[in-house]
Design a protein around this ligand. Sequence first.
Ligand code: SDX
Length: 431
Amino acid sequence: MAEPTKTATLTIDGKSYELPVHSPTAGPDVIDIRKLYAEAGVFTYDPGFTSTASCDSTITYIDGDKGELLHRGYPIGQLAEKSHYLEVCFVLLYGYLPKADELEKFERLLTRHTMIHEQMHNFFRGFRRDAHPMATMVGVVGAMSAFYHDSTDINDENQREIASHRLIAKMPTIAAMAYKYSIGQPFVYPRNDLSFAANFLHMCFAVPAEEYHVDPVLARAMDRIFTLHADHEQNASTSTVRLASSSGANPFACIAAGIACLWGPAHGGANQACLEMLREIGTVDRIPEFIARAKDKNDPFRLMGFGHRVYKNFDPRATVMKQSADEVLDLLGIHDNPTLQVAKELEKIALEDSYFIEKKLYPNVDFYSGIILDAMGFPTSMFTPIFAVARTVGWISQWKEQLADPQLKIGRPRQLYLGETARDYVEIENR
Ligand code: SDX
């Protein structure tokens, strides 16, 4: 980390403390409070970490006011238009745009890690067929540490690299197997002649009874969805992966923890919740009823796919996703899709409503993604697993960055204690 550029003065009970201030290459300055408790005997208090930087990072930057998202400095709009998911994986992992031979080597390497240990097929059969695929993925990914012992030593750079490639390459296979298992169809093995996205679609939708040809436009849309979900600073699931890794846990356990956190409807589970909400709304004339519920403080209902901790402007991913939704539905000949009509009208009404304007609530990445995935033939239960497949490279990149950080120490927050002070035990006969 660079040397502090200035200092902040904190005065408590008449005593002043000088705190170093670090200036980033982009974004707000940060006040370094690492010595605060030792010097002033106080904690800071920030439930939900709304004003807290948990680490320094060079991977992804978000400007919530501008609606800007950069991966290693490259704007998400340019990556979505000009790049493809495995190249974005390289950029996130290694920090630069690869030359043609580097990219070819990287893609060939990952392609040869897409199969999972044959014994792991038995894991799936331990689940009920109606298990949510996220439950299956948490279980199977966590169990990978029981199979890939030669890539669990986080202190070995080579093992970290192999674990990274295995996880990124095997997540689509595991997600597709979870889907196939849930619909009672046989597993489809990965194919080395297909791109990452085409391979995923093939593993999900091919059946042994006939040839399955992946539509290149759908493969492109799938690849773009993966790119748009690849990484996003220190979001809840990435912070979970970092915290799990800070104890020295193996990479498979850390990614399983990230999958578990992503599942929540306030986070990665929002894409499933959003499509289910759009279906519940059903028709444009019911939108006012749901807008009223979203604004009602006594109603826990929130507009799924709306709002964001960081974006107080459009989520740039939602903008690209909306364009992609139109393209995919048009390609599939799905015109006047009622769900898309409701989504577009809901977005229009919400963005004109003073509640949403004041609270700076805009559509996020989850608002349109479900419409595309639904049109491609995925059940809503597969939406968050697809998010997990895409985000694995982000989790892994952040995991590697943290392990290489000389400041790394186990994450152990403190608290504002409001419970009982010390009191003596009372025997039951005296209570
Ligand atoms: C993702 O962090 C990331 O980067 C996440 C992510 C990634 O790529 O990793 O971008 C992926 O998780 C996107 C977000 C998906 N979640 C949803 O779409 C669920 C619906 N959205 C909300 O639950 C909410 O907006 C959050 C969780 C996304 C953000 O919540 P915050 O930052 O804690 O904001 P908040 O709850 O404090 O809301 C601020 C105000 C509140 O009102 P007041 O208490 O100030 O009166 O806005 C209101 C909220 O009630 N509000 C909403 C709303 N979201 C916030 N009101 C109605 N509908 C909503 N969707």
